[in-house]
Design a protein around this ligand. Sequence first.
Ligand code: NDP
Ligand code: OXD
Length: 311
Amino acid sequence: MSRPTLLYKSDPVRGAVWDRVLREEAPDIALEVWSPDAPPSDAAYLVAWIPPEDLARSVPKLEVLFGLGAGVDHLALDHLPLRVQVVRMVDPDLTRSMVEYVLYAVLALHRDIPAYLTDQREGRWAPRPVRRSADRTVGVMGLGVLGRAAAEALRDLGFSVRGWSASEKSIPGITGFAGPDALPGFLGSCEILVCLLPLTDATRGLLDAEVFKALPAGAGLVNVGRGGHVVEADLLAALESGHISAAMLDVLATEPPPPDHPLLQHPRVMLTPHVASATHPDSAARQVIRAIRRHRDGLPMENIVDRRQAY
Ligand code: NDP
Ligand code: OXD
């Protein structure tokens, strides 16, 4: 069998790590670095955050596209040739980083940190009651690879955890809700809501005024899914009314946001620039090597994106 080629299209610094890992651990796979000026590539495998637009012409023999992210909303799936399988990034390091971030965000909201930061800026020393984690209900939207890991870590910290997904789940110690009909019942007790959904036609703009109204008064929001999940004007209104007490947002509809974006300056919003988790190049390269070998051996591919569901 000839040596398969993996075409790499992403930033060169991370590319150097891919090159090292492939040379050290996969001499059976050739690495080619994408260039916009290069002639069409013979590669059967492509790894990219954003694939080239004219994929059918520039990589005509492509069999598998490995997305560099866990999310695939930016991949323009409808424009990819149907014969190409799309595999998304599932990697223990990516999951661990996300769990850390969600724990941090939920704990910050649970312990009133946004309010204490304002107090500090304004010179106030004003203790608030300390609530036990067991008395706080946290809801996680999306119980996939990342959502489930985050929900389990929150459960292990003692929170009362509920989760919402498309299909029913049975996760020890976590109350499951599934599908649109179960959404109001799920939201009704979520004092802190964590969004870890993929962005699809079904979830775009889901976090709107109606959803915020269904949460208990004073609820907190953590969005680590995509900015497109939140109707930002509705979030601002819910923050203004106090119905949402505070939010920790890692993603916004426009990234980077314009400097006068109202969420950037909001005293009860903590923002980070889409860093909740990240694909670590050395472990990602190992995942892709393993997947290519499985594919060469005719074994079923893991973490394939369902084109119809778009996640
Ligand atoms: P998965 O595909 O493993 O899980 C998605 C979950 O969402 C599943 O539980 C699925 O339900 C549920 N879901 C999908 N559509 C709906 C719907 N319409 N209604 C209810 N539930 C739904 O994804 P991951 O956990 O790996 O990643 C989740 C998202 O996190 C990514 O798509 C990406 O947008 C985001 N992300 C953000 C990062 C950041 O740094 N901010 C980093 C990495 C990812 P079911 O299980 O029934 O199919
Ligand atoms: C991802 C991301 O989807 O980084 O992996 O947002």
